[in-house]
Design a protein around this ligand. Structure first.
Ligand SMILES: O=C(O)CCCC[C@@H]1SC[C@@H]2NC(=O)N[C@@H]21
Length: 249
């Protein structure tokens, strides 16, 4: 039996525009980190301004917290979030086979996209006042393959790939517990153990991948992620380090 982690609040909404927007609305009223889950989102968003399709029965949730520190440290929490999703899936299914983390912050199952994470920070000053970690997991239903852009990995659901029918509330409890575990490690020991744990679960490590930024495309061997979380790619023209890109296999 997984228990809810101490110190984290939680609210469950029937419907909202986006849990990320709800996080912005309530941020100033909170006294600690808070999970916001919604059964339906009417305007869910994914990375790079894409729409996120999440039929009811999937997990749509945002964790809002006050991270302390600058933008680089805040961004490293995308790896904390990805590890938490990975381990929550293991916790609810009892198996890790076929699970992998895709840089920067997707979780794959049997080679398809099971979950996506979108980080948004807001507030005044050099430090990040608030960090919202939006997490979508295809628990019951994957969006149709033609709803994702060309070249993107096929979406998969936990139900179709494993037969496990896990409801969003149950998954959120496992996710919140796993997140708390990795957050404690991150705050206590820094990014090193997070980086090591993420690399152990990384998809296509040591293999050829293509990285597309808004302006360039690089194909090479996925060598590692560096101490900041940047992608390290060895291309025929030398090493390339990328802070942001879309990855294609
Ligand atoms: O593009 C991605 O892979 C990131 C998807 C993030 C989706 C989640 S669902 C909960 C939260 N609310 C949103 O509007 N988006 C995130």
């Amino acid at each position: 039996m997984i228990s809810w982690p101490a110190g984290y609040g939680c609210r469950v909404l029937d419907e909202v525009d986006s849990t990320l927007d709800e996080a912005r609305r309530i941020a100033d009223t909170l006294s600690g980190p808070e999970w916001i889950m919604a059964h339906r989102q009417t305007r869910a968003r994914g990375r790079r301004g894409r729409a996120w399709i999440a039929p009811e029965g999937n997990l749509s949730a945002t964790l809002i917290l006050r991270p302390g520190g600058g933008p680089e440290k805040a961004a490293q929490r995308s790896f904390v979030g990805a590890l938490a999703v990975h381990d929550a899936v293991v916790a609810v299914t009892g198996r890790a086979e076929g699970l992998a983390c895709k840089w920067p912050n997707d979780v794959l199952l049997n080679g398809g996209k099971l979950a996506g994470i979108l980080l948004e920070s807001f507030g005044a000053g050099a430090d990040v006042s608030y960090l919202a970690i939006g997490i979508g997991v295809n628990l019951r239903e994957a969006p149709p393959a033609d709803a994702v852009e060309e070249g993107a990995l096929r979406p998969v659901s936990l139900l179709s790939e494993t037969g496990a029918d896990v409801d969003p509330e149950t998954f959120l409890t496992a996710l919140a517990a796993a997140y708390d575990h990795y957050e404690t490690h991150f705050v206590t020991y820094g990014f090193d153990p997070i980086r090591a744990a993420w690399l152990q679960r990384a998809a296509k490590l040591g293999q050829p991948i293509t990285a597309r930024t808004g302006t360039s495309e690089f194909t090479g061997t996925f060598q590692s992620i560096d101490e900041a979380g940047n992608l390290v790619l060895m291309t025929p023209r030398g090493q390339v380090i990328l802070p942001a890109a879309d990855i294609y296999f």
